[in-house]
Design a protein around this ligand. Structure first.
Ligand SMILES: [Fe+2]
Ligand SMILES: [Fe+2]
Length: 251
């Protein structure tokens, strides 16, 4: 059994939706797909994609991303309410959202939100970051949202497993971003992720950690952990994302 990774499908773009719907119906029936967030802000598209991938893979693990939790196009209800609705949908469709053991391997999804541990946002981000308009956290600040999500994570006993793999939508450490990243894009760093994830990854003893959100494909080893990003990304992001599902481990 193989483990494949994809994230940031953003199927609001018809070409992205067409791509995921054209994934082979026979090549992956014994495999696992880890979907690391940002399918769409539209519930009917999240449902459509989860049904498509569940029909093609033996197991699917899904971690909601920030776009999945936008509610501005569905009445601006609470984003935690939408999160609960997504978990219910996953239960109905047989999609995993908690730790999944496959033989001697354990896959652990980690929920998170950015908490500005990567830096304080400047005026451009404070004015223009869409989550601030499209999510409804009922007055909670990002650090409080981050705390709520972290508290939901199940950190299982990993003894008895030969391999532990963890996954998040958000970036677990800012040095995964290239040092020579364009200065104008560095403004985004505060909303990319949180140090809280790195703490949980080390506590778990993960060999590999999979993440999305930055849309910047990476495969980098830091202090013994391999960090992999295989975001599909927006149609215009042809150079930073590979536009494929990636085989990341054998289970
Ligand atoms: Fe994304
Ligand atoms: Fe994202």
């Amino acid at each position: 059994m193989r483990l494949f990774l994809a994230s940031d499908l953003h199927v609001d773009y018809p070409e992205n939706l067409h791509w995921i719907e054209s994934v082979s119906e026979i090549d992956y029936v014994d495999d696992v797909l880890l979907l690391a967030g940002d399918i769409s802000d539209e519930m009917h598209l999240i449902e459509r994609v989860l049904r498509v991938v569940k029909a093609r893979f033996r197991h699917v693990v899904f971690i909601p991303g920030n776009h999945d939790l936008w509610t501005s196009r569905s009445g601006k209800g609470p984003s935690f309410g939408k999160f609960d609705a997504i978990l219910s949908l996953c239960r109905e469709e047989g999609i995993e959202t908690g730790p999944l053991a496959i033989g001697k391997a354990l896959i652990v999804p980690l929920l998170a939100w950015y908490d500005y541990s990567f830096g304080q946002p400047g005026p451009t981000i404070r004015r223009g970051w869409m989550d601030f308009y499209k999510c409804n956290w009922e007055g909670l600040q990002p650090a409080e949202v981050a705390f709520r999500f972290e508290a939901m994570n199940v950190i299982p006993d990993t003894s008895g497993f030969d391999a532990v793999y963890s996954a998040s939508h958000f970036v677990p450490r800012i040095d995964l971003m290239p040092a020579r990243y364009p200065e104008k894009h560095k403004a985004l760093f505060p909303v990319l992720g949180t140090d809280r994830l790195e703490t949980q990854i080390r506590r778990l003893g993960s060999q590999k950690h999979f993440y999305g959100h930055s849309h910047l494909n990476r495969n980098k080893v830091i202090d013994g952990v391999t960090y992999i990003n295989n975001a599909y990304g927006y149609p215009s992001e042809t150079e930073i994302s590979a536009k494929t599902i990636l085989h990341v481990a054998d289970l």
